[in-house]
Design a binder for this molecule. Structure first.
Ligand code: TXA
Ligand code: MG
Length: 310
């Protein structure tokens, strides 16, 4: 695996590898993605292999601009409004795929819908722009494990499974994109970097929330997900012996998501702190996180990390 610098040269090398059907991890503002040419069946199959991912779980196609997106999906008024408000940024839209779209069926897992996103991170924008087409990119972690917000998280888990990673430092948002389904009435499929309130304000009406985590199209998946090796105890108001203590607010702890109770800061630190406490072994206890704004996405990831495993 090549460790690429975030320079013109490193970005050009990443683009070249994508054109050759190889797997390249790159930063987005949410988490690091594991990218491959979305129209290349073999390259996409290698993503599933590298992640150990159940192939019924579809991937998000990433583009450098809205025009690229519209070539592959049936655009709607709600899509226009949300894209105008939040793209480039941490929002994914699920729309009907155009019949003539050359996107690999492995990307959509055979569904007639496609998840699309235009990320804001300058490195992602540069590589996607130079590549010119759709890049399918799940989070660059092994299936079911903690998402990567630094290049080191990617290399620790994936070094012998992928071709390259661009190291552009930590991701600013830190939780994955919000996913909104627009094939029927708008539905929130996964809470994420854009809050429900912000989406509702743009749509001008309430949004349905998909609660059935077992439905195929539901993002995220299996109930146990984003799981550290350590067991996780939520809403800890006191600490027990031997626990690694992940705090929020003015509490004594090992690592704090945000001393000043800032949910944006907490989201940006979440996966990195889980990675670090997980490497100490034992159990991780986590302070209660307020359930509004980005706190909804944080609590979604934490409750999956704490869910019973097989
Ligand atoms: O922030 C993000 O979204 C990151 C960065 C790399 O862009 N990507 C990411 O990808 O989180 P991934 O594969 O870890 O999660 C994508 C989720 C999956 O849970 C999948 O179920 C859902 O998107 N998804 C993809 N296509 C879908 C579709 N057609 N309908 C419903 N859900 C879909
Ligand atoms: Mg993921």
């Amino acid at each position: 695996m090549e460790l690429l610098s975030d320079t013109d040269e490193g970005r050009a090398c990443a683009t070249d590898l994508l054109c050759k059907g190889r797997l390249v991890a790159f930063p987005t503002e949410t988490v690091y993605g594991l990218g491959a040419d979305a129209c290349d069946d073999r390259a996409i199959a290698r993503i599933f292999e590298a992640k150990g991912r159940p192939s019924f779980n579809p991937l998000i196609a990433h583009f450098s601009d809205v025009e690229g997106v519209k070539r592959h999906v049936h655009w709607t008024d709600d899509a226009e409004a949300l894209a105008h408000a939040f793209w480039p940024g941490p929002l994914t839209l699920v729309l009907r795929k155009r019949e003539n779209s050359p996107i690999s069926r492995l990307v959509t897992a055979g569904l007639d819908t496609l998840a699309v996103r235009v990320p804001a991170h300058p490195t992602a924008k540069a590589v996607l722009g130079a590549f010119g087409g759709a890049v399918a990119a799940p989070s660059a972690n092994l299936s079911g494990q903690i998402s990567p917000t630094r290049a080191a998280h990617v290399t620790e888990a994936m070094a012998d499974r992928i071709d390259a990673v661009i190291d552009a430092g930590p991701c600013s948002v830190g939780v994955e994109s919000t996913i909104v389904g627009l094939t029927d009435r708008p539905v929130l499929l996964r809470p994420g970097g854009v809050s429900e309130d912000e989406i509702v304000a743009v749509l001008g009406g309430p949004i349905a929330i998909r609660k059935n985590v077992e439905a195929i199209s539901a993002p995220g998946q299996m109930i146990s997900h984003y799981a550290p090796d350590a067991a996780v105890r939520l809403n800890a108001v006191d600490w027990q012996d031997g626990e690694a203590r992940l705090g929020f607010g003015p509490v004594e702890c090992d690592l704090n998501l945000s001393e000043r109770e800032d949910l944006v800061e907490a989201a940006a630190r979440l996966f990195d702190h889980l990675h670090r406490l997980d490497s100490e072994g034992g159990r991780i206890a986590v302070s209660p996180i307020p359930h509004h704004g980005l706190g909804v996405a944080i609590n979604d990831r934490l409750s999956r990390a704490a869910a019973p495993r097989d």
